[in-house]
Design a protein around this ligand. Structure first.
Ligand code: WQD
Length: 337
């Protein structure tokens, strides 16, 4: 089966490409390389030992889909392509509404035009805001977004749900990611932030590699066990495997009419920033220099996933430990040096 991966040269997209190949699918990448490099394609060819079919095109351009859908019979789409920097979305909301929401509407229109029935959408636990109860289940209410980035994820979920509802054969799943970290065992692909990393793990590994100053720990006065904020850090390969499980689940719904659902994709464990630092030092033997700083605006105290629904419905759960994720993140950083 031919699977279109928009944003397939990105962090999660590239790891999902590998798992799709391993499971006998034929993935095709569309990426404008605004947040990636062509080396990812070369490294995917090394990992998979086969040529990568990719298009360096923009998901906001209708001609992109006209060309891809003319050249390939596509059986399903995994839609990763989006801007994802929370802070940038506050400064430049229109870029986010155009790149994240308008591109999803265009994709849905083109899927309808070409009778493509299966869609997996890259969503985020950010839709929950600060949940009232933890672990957060899919029944927890979606809260008013605290950033345009988060709002685009909520809007896209709703647009996909409504479009599925109105169609008689579209099948779609939104995957609500928690915090993806780590890298492929080969250390040939991994998280590649262009510019100073906003996310914790790439900043931490760049700091330990001597490429940045000390890690700034944003906030130690949260009501958590050690005062630093808590998140659910999931290995990117576990997350990639969840996409293939979700796609398979959609394909298995072939006899049903339209179908829409959404799932938490996390480990179910919450880990604080200070615990991450200590776990990284223990796992790698490296020293993390860090400074305690005030909270970062827009951050929540704690979030981690209830994972029963993904396990029961998709037959998926995370397999890799936090230590393995941190070890793989460090191996990837060292390979970049
Ligand atoms: C994690 C924790 C920070 C950097 C965001 C998006 C989410 C997804 C992942 C795209 C927080 C602390 C961080 C640093 C720190 N984005 N931190 N020093 O904010 O949980 O999630 O990125 O897919 O949708 O909301 O991730 O890695 O930025 O922060 O102390 O230099 O680490 O305050 O508590 P976050 P993060």
């Amino acid at each position: 089966m031919n699977i279109l991966i928009t944003g397939g040269a990105g962090f999660i997209g590239s790891h999902t490409y590998v798992v799709l190949k391993e499971n006998g699918f034929n993935p095709i990448i569309v990426d404008n390389f605004s947040n990636s490099t062509i080396h990812v394609i070369q490294n995917l060819e090394t990992i998979c030992q086969s040529p990568v079919v990719y298009y360096q095109l923009d998901v906001n351009d209708p001609k992109t889909y006209n060309q891809v859908f003319k050249e390939h019979k596509i059986d399903g789409v995994i839609h990763f392509a989006a801007s994802k920097a929370v802070g940038e979305s506050v400064e430049n909301p229109l870029k986010y509404y155009k790149n994240n929401v308008a591109s999803t509407i265009l994709l849905l229109e083109k899927m309808q035009e070409h009778n493509i029935k299966n869609l997996v959408f890259s969503s985020s636990c950010t839709v929950y805001g600060q949940p009232a109860e933890l672990p957060v289940t899919e029944k927890s209410p979606v809260q008013v977004a605290i950033s345009p980035y988060g709002n685009t994820k909520q809007m896209c979920e709703e647009i996909i749900a409504d479009t599925t509802q109105a169609s008689n054969d579209l099948k779609a799943i939104s995957l609500r990611y928690f915090n993806p970290i780590g890298a492929h065992k080969s250390a040939l692909i991994g998280e590649l932030p262009l510019g100073p990393p906003a996310n914790l793990i790439p900043f931490l590994t760049q700091s330990v590699a001597g490429l940045r100053g000390p890690l700034q720990v944003f906030g130690t006065d949260y009501p958590t066990l050690d005062g630093s904020a808590v998140r659910d850090y999931i290995h990117v390969c576990d997350l990639a495997e969840a996409h293939v499980k979700a796609l398979q689940h959609l394909i298995d719904q072939k006899d049903t009419a339209s179908y829409y659902d959404f799932f938490n994709i996390g480990t179910g464990d919450g880990t604080s920033v200070l615990q991450i630092i200590h776990a990284f030092e223990k796992t790698t033997g490296e020293k993390v220099n860090y400074e305690l700083k005030p909270r970062r605006s827009g951050d929540i105290t704690a979030v981690y996933a209830a994972i029963g629904k993904s396990k029961d419905v998709l037959g998926w759960q995370s397999k890799r430990s936090l230590e393995e994720s941190l070890k793989d993140a460090w191996a990837w950083q060292k390979a970049l040096l």
